[in-house]
Design a protein. Structure first.
Length: 370
């Protein structure tokens, strides 16, 4: 399947139920063929509504949904080449594994020999060959999930939607299924759209992530983009652990934090503009007070197995979280060091569109010699 080709597009899509506030607020995005996408956000942010709109289980209030170049707003769910794997898997308990997977093919009136061929192929893909006659009630949570996925892929859909399918699994099995799902998607080459509220899950599995809050996409991009370059406080705070502090953008590539000026890699803002900065805990190095860029006092320390999690306070009242293999002593003064590229500067409540416009404007100004 050829990549980099749009398969689904949302154009200014809004969804409202009755007179309630908008669940989705003028959302636009593009999904490309053959990639693993994740819709990530807290409960009520609109991610499952997007999934239901793509599947055809509900209709948009405003805007257009495009599938392979054609508007599908009013196309019923059973006419779309899209299958959904639900949170509870929605398997038929009275049917065995074979009949669960074969169900859609029988509805489409495939010949028995073709059904047999496709069911066995799908079960082989999800490592369930030989389980054809097994009852659903006799299977583990991970096995049931594989049956649900086999039932989805047996119809050879263009897109598979996954609505928090790992949430009911225990932690160890959940990690295992993350690897299996990612590997399966790459082998099939089918577009996967995955819904979760688990940040680690999204970062581990995705080609691209859409971070949602209050019915809007706050930021989209690769896991590295989202983690290393958060657009605003919500994204920085929602994705992983973050140190977020108020600061002043003195000029391009120079920011003032806690009363000291530091070189950074950000630009395109106003001189002396109030901003916020993000520094990830793992990017902060413990050193002596003399060698430190910021002097702090150790407040608490917890051992997390692979590292110590240390909270510190500076003279300005800022709290700094540090993840380090070095042990500290509560109450002692230490120094913290970080690199210019570890400082990420954010405008207050900047949207992704505002961010893109700012960088485009700055680039045009540089090109014109301004």
């Amino acid at each position: 399947m050829e990549n980099n080709q749009p398969i689904i597009q949302f154009k200014n899509v809004s969804k409202q139920f009755d007179n309630d506030p908008l669940v989705l607020d003028h959302v636009s995005f593009t999904i490309e063929k053959g990639k693993f996408y994740t819709l990530l956000g807290p409960s009520g942010c609109g991610k499952t509504t997007i999934l239901r709109l793509i599947a055809g289980f509900t209709e948009a209030t405003l805007g257009d949904i495009i599938f392979e170049g054609k508007k599908i707003n009013h196309i019923p769910a059973n006419k779309r080449p899209i299958n959904t794997v639900f949170q509870d898997y929605a398997l038929f308990p009275h049917l065995n594994v074979y009949e669960n997977v074969a169900f859609g093919l029988r509805i489409k009136k495939f010949k028995k020999s073709k059904i047999d061929e496709k069911v066995k192929e799908a079960l082989s893909f999800v490592n369930l060959a030989g389980y054809e006659n097994r009852k659903i009630e006799d299977m583990s949570g991970g096995q049931r999930q594989r049956v649900a996925i086999a039932r989805a892929i047996v119809n050879e859909p263009a897109v598979i939607l996954l609505d928090e399918p790992l949430s009911a699994l225990d932690l160890k099995l959940r990690y295992q299924m993350q690897y299996e799902l990612r590997e399966l998607q790459q082998r099939l080459g089918i577009t996967f759209i995955f819904v979760t509220h688990d940040q680690e899950e999204a970062l581990a599995m995705s080609d691209e992530i859409f971070v949602l809050d209050k019915g809007k996409i706050q930021q989209s991009g690769t896991p590295n983009d989202i983690y290393d370059e958060p657009i605003n406080r919500f994204v920085a705070d929602f994705i992983g652990e973050s140190n977020i502090a108020k600061a002043t953008m003195v000029e391009d590539y120079l920011v003032e934090i806690a009363g000291k000026q530091f070189t950074c890699v950000d630009m395109g803002m106003n001189a002396n503009e109030p901003v916020e900065v993000v520094i990830r805990p793992e990017d902060m190095e413990i050193t002596s007070v003399e060698q430190g860029m910021i002097s702090v006092t150790v407040h608490t320390q917890l051992f997390r197995g692979v590292h110590y999690e240390i909270t510190c306070l500076d003279n300005e009242g800022n709290e700094w979280l540090v993840q380090s293999t070095k042990k500290a002593i509560v109450g002692e003064q230490i120094g913290l060091r970080f690199n210019p590229e570890d400082i990420h500067v954010m405008r207050f409540n900047e949207s992704e569109a505002d961010f893109d416009r700012r960088l485009d404007s700055y680039s045009e100004g540089e090109t014109n010699g301004e």
